[in-house]
Write a protein that binds this ligand. Structure first.
Ligand code: TPP
Ligand code: SF4
Length: 292
């Protein structure tokens, strides 16, 4: 039985729900979930119901990682004091959106990495604050229109997406992966590998948001797939700081234009070759950097 039932109120076809179900089902029954607020939490726990079939705890936006750290410390104490020595240690899954991860819980998350807390942190990256109307977060890619980004005529004034993978590497997180809802087998494999590793683990999953990206539900998986196949959102895995897995892009590689043309958040780029070139260069840089 799935550990995240259909008793939720997310948009029909929400990729984040599908990704979360893949993650928690792969982890299995012996899992404790800590959820930062955001679409995933709000849509799965409408009082008095819960869609979660494993122990699950709400946390404030900023402090999901420290709540997980507290649970990890309690479990460590129980193990050390031999009170629960015959019980297999649960996996602590801390999860949140990109707003919770890249912005508001960022300091607390990186502190848990510095302490070496035994947590699996999964970020569902829909590249904005979906639950409150898709305001920009530091995960919003350059040139994507949101209710809070600057006019498209000034591309240099858009934020650059924060590179959480590089930041996790700088914190020597033992297992770091970037994946994408269009590649469910890759998500499952990475979750299973993360489960075998002790200490901090960070997995970031690209999950399109239907209203936030202004896309047709039927285009969702094509768009997600193109994010990785163009080189914009590469599938990567780092174990102990070494690149241990990557997905190469198809040759010929689809141009970034194919990715943006299905998304309302990029509609202004269809008449803006300079803007499109900025995104194409970002994809090409990734292809070069990781030899995709
Ligand atoms: C400190 C604080 N600020 C703002 C909010 C309002 N708020 C609730 S959910 C949310 C957006 C969450 O965005 P993200 O973490 O990216 O998750 P998503 O909804 O996109 O899945 C915001 C701004 C809050 N609950 N707490
Ligand atoms: S707004 Fe986006 S992230 Fe939130 S439930 Fe709908 S599709 Fe999912």
């Amino acid at each position: 039985m799935t550990k995240l039932s259909n008793h939720h109120t997310a948009c029909l076809g929400c990729a984040q729900i599908v990704a979360a179900r893949l993650v928690v089902d792969q982890l299995g029954n012996n899992t404790i979930v800590v959820n930062a607020t955001g679409c995933l939490e709000v849509t799965t726990t409408t009082y008095p119901q819960s869609a979660w079939q494993v122990p699950w705890i709400h946390s404030l936006f900023a402090n999901a990682a420290p709540v997980g750290s507290g649970i990890a410390a309690a479990l460590e104490y129980l193990t050390m004091s031999n009170k629960k020595k015959n019980i297999p240690k649960p996996t602590i899954l801390v999860q949140g959106g990109d707003g919770a991860t890249f912005d508001i819980g960022f300091g607390a998350l990186t502190a848990s990495w510095s302490r070496g807390d035994d947590l699996l942190y999964v970020c569902y990256d829909n590249e904005g604050y979906a639950n409150t109307g898709m305001q920009a977060s530091l995960a919003t890619p350059k040139l994507a229109k949101t209710p809070t980004t600057l006019p498209a005529s000034k591309p240099d004034q858009y934020f650059n997406k924060r590179d959480m993978i590089a930041i996790a590497l700088a914190h020597k997180v033992p297992y770091i992966a970037q994946t994408n809802i269009a590649f469910p087998a890759d998500i499952k494999e990475k979750i299973t590998k993360a489960q075998t590793i002790k200490g901090p683990r960070y997995i970031q999953i690209l999950v399109p948001c239907i209203p936030g990206w202004k896309i047709k539900p039927s285009d969702q998986m094509t768009i997600a797939r193109l994010a990785s196949e163009t080189g914009l959102y590469p599938l990567l895995e780092f174990t102990e700081g070494q690149l241990t897995k990557k997905m190469t892009v198809p040759k010929p590689t689809p141009p970034v234009r194919e990715y943006v043309l299905r998304q309302g958040r990029y509609s202004h780029l269809l008449k803006d070759n300079a803007g499109l070139k900025i995104l194409q260069n970002m994809a090409d840089d990734n292809i070069k950097k990781y030899n995709l």
